[in-house]
Design a protein around this ligand. Structure first.
Ligand code: S3P
Length: 171
């Protein structure tokens, strides 16, 4: 029997991937995974620790490993929230494009900044000007999110429940 597709959420930091992912998994009766959490569980350490000890490169290797074992294993029917940098590696984009429904949760740079300003667990925003960093990342990543997306949903002016409903209506 053909596997049911996984629903994978991509988008920048602050797009609401984890919140929307949880809502979708409840509404659809699918299991929910947060890739950052899976990486942390596998490493037995949190993301800031991984960045500090292994650099961004070490984190990206762990990210690809976790993505590939979740998506290419027997897991089906799950909702997966990814980290904002998931589209940076060709290998990851190939995995994303391989039969999953990929939803790009779009958020403007000012919304990303607003929504990430209260947390301090994102290593990429700990040095320099966070707005400039988010803008730079957005310029590189927005076309890549669009390249892998089956569906793009705008989140700026929407409550998480309304974003989740929009996704449910479209898939
Ligand atoms: C990252 C985003 C983070 C996390 C890591 C790197 C990025 O996830 O994976 O800090 O490169 O944009 P969220 O998008 O869930 O914040």
């Amino acid at each position: 029997m053909k596997k049911a597709p996984n629903i994978i959420l991509v988008g920048p930091m602050g797009a609401g991937k984890t919140t929307i992912g949880r809502l979708l998994s409840q509404a659809m009766g699918k299991e929910f995974y947060d890739l950052d959490k899976v990486i942390e569980d596998n490493a037995g350490a949190d993301i800031p620790w991984i960045f500090e000890r292994e650099g961004e490169d070490g984190f990206r290797k762990r990210e690809t490993q976790a993505l590939s074992s979740l998506v290419q294993s027997d897991k089906e029917n799950c909702v997966l929230a990814t980290g904002g940098g998931i589209v940076m590696r060709d290998e990851n984009r190939s995995i994303l494009n391989d039969g999953s429904v990929v939803v790009y949760l779009y958020a403007s740079v000012s919304q990303q900044l607003y929504r990430t300003s209260k947390s301090s667990h994102r290593p990429l925003l700990q040095t320099g000007d966070p707005k400039a960093t988010l803008r730079k990342l957005f310029e590189v990543r927005d076309p890549l999110y669009r390249e892998v997306a089956t569906l793009v949903v705008e989140t700026d002016a929407r409550h998480p429940k309304s974003v989740a409903n929009k996704v449910l209506d479209a898939i």
